[in-house]
Design a protein around this ligand. Structure first.
Ligand code: UD1
Length: 367
């Protein structure tokens, strides 16, 4: 079975890797081909992740870069269509909820090529998020839907998806997380923590890139002021996403910087996971980080009004927080009141194996 595996943006790379390895070691069933749309093109956002995950250079790199959503989506579709015509794969596998996920699934389906969606069924029920639109469109047209948690199955059934298409396989990101955790030894961890001047259990890790948090000057200024104040109590490390960096510079925001408020470039996967393993807590608006902190049993405050990953709240260590309540929440955690969690069902590092087994048993059909 010739399978095109699609990645576009940073969160896709950790999801594609385990499926690539699983298929590659079974050449009698699979002929996997890697395609990178180039949605993320910065070195730290892209190439370095391929290296860290031991992925080979992609067979296809579409180099689409950024633009408005319509421009980016359209460029991916035009370039991807050419690849599909050349390769005529038996199956296209898309991951997550980024613009590349939507663009490639639509293009493949219009050429009557079957599509499988890994991380299907997640819903924030917030149509102002571009990712929610990507998730809904992709799930509606995909032939095989691999869900990370049972809430995903419930959402899909409620939307009228044929249950035969839905497979609860667990969380693919956790496959990559477990793999990298096995490769990091305490000596590497000491080195990485030392490099950033941090001590185990005594710092806060922050990531923010959602338009709702970083596209409004006033809101972003308030968040940065709050982090700066927090860093007087406990060191804060903030690897800054390009979108956030552009806005901080573009808006001309000035905020008090001190040695304990460490604003750094996007980190490599291994570095990031090390920092995610040992903080007092994480403050984020990312999707994947809500899941990784749940697996790592690290308290996570998610600065968003909703999440498409509710299992990280019902089972895990995640809590949603509004900016107005953030100080109060942080004080509670710093006083030792931290949320305890459990690892959700099938977040066990074997998701890629389950995906490959289902594809082998079931075969693929685009009807
Ligand atoms: C994208 C995904 C989001 C994912 C995030 C993770 C969509 C709709 N959004 O958002 O789901 O959580 O990636 O990182 O697909 N830029 C660079 N270098 C890069 C990439 C982007 O400078 O390598 C700049 C772009 O020019 C743009 C900004 O950063 O101005 C934001 O990039 P964009 O592609 O709009 O989406 P993300 O915010 O990265």
């Amino acid at each position: 079975m010739k399978v095109l595996l699609i990645a576009g943006a940073r969160p896709n790379f950790m999801k594609i890797a385990p499926v690539w390895f699983e298929m590659q070691q079974d050449p009698s069933h699979f002929e996997p081909i890697l395609l990178h749309t180039g949605q993320h093109y910065d070195y730290e956002m892209s190439k370095v992740f391929f290296e860290d995950l031991n992925l080979p250079e992609p067979h296809y790199f579409l180099g689409v870069g950024s633009g408005t959503h319509a421009e980016q989506t359209a460029r991916i579709m035009v370039e991807f269509e050419k690849v599909l015509q050349e390769e005529t794969p038996d199956l296209v596998v898309v991951f997550g909820d980024v613009n590349s996920t939507l663009a490639c699934s639509v293009t493949a389906k219009k050429l009557l090529i079957p599509v499988a969606h890994v991380e299907a069924g997640l819903r924030s029920f917030d149509m102002s998020m571009p990712e929610e639109i990507n998730r809904k469109v992709t799930d509606t047209i995909s032939d095989i839907l691999f869900t990370p948690s049972k809430d995903g199955n419930e959402n899909l059934i409620r939307e009228g998806v044929n249950p035969d298409k839905i497979h609860f396989v667990g969380n693919i990101m956790i496959d990559s997380l477990i793999r990298v955790l096995n490769r990091i030894n305490p000596f590497d961890e000491d080195k990485i923590l030392e490099e950033f001047g941090l001590e185990r259990g005594n710092y806060v890790l922050v990531t923010l890139h959602r338009p709702s948090n970083v596209d409004d000057k006033d809101h972003l200024s308030k968040i940065l002021d709050c982090l700066s104040t927090l860093s007087q109590k406990i060191p804060v490390i903030f690897p800054v996403h390009p979108r956030t960096k552009k806005n901080i510079n573009g808006f001309g925001i000035n905020f008090p910087l001190n040695g304990e408020f460490k604003i750094v470039e996007p980190l490599r996967y291994k570095e990031f996971i090390t920092l995610e393993k040992h903080p007092t807590f994480v403050l984020t608006d990312s999707g994947g980080i809500q899941e990784e902190t749940t697996y790592l049993n690290i308290p996570c405050l998610t600065l968003r009004p909703n999440t498409e990953r509710p299992i990280t709240i019902t089972k895990g260590t995640n809590e949603l927080v509004a900016f107005e309540n953030i100080k109060e929440k942080i004080s509670l955690i710093l006083s030792g009141k931290r949320k305890q969690g459990k690892i959700p069902e099938l977040w066990d590092g074997k998701t890629a194996q389950r995906i490959a087994d289902i594809l082998k048993d079931k075969g693929v059909s685009g009807k």
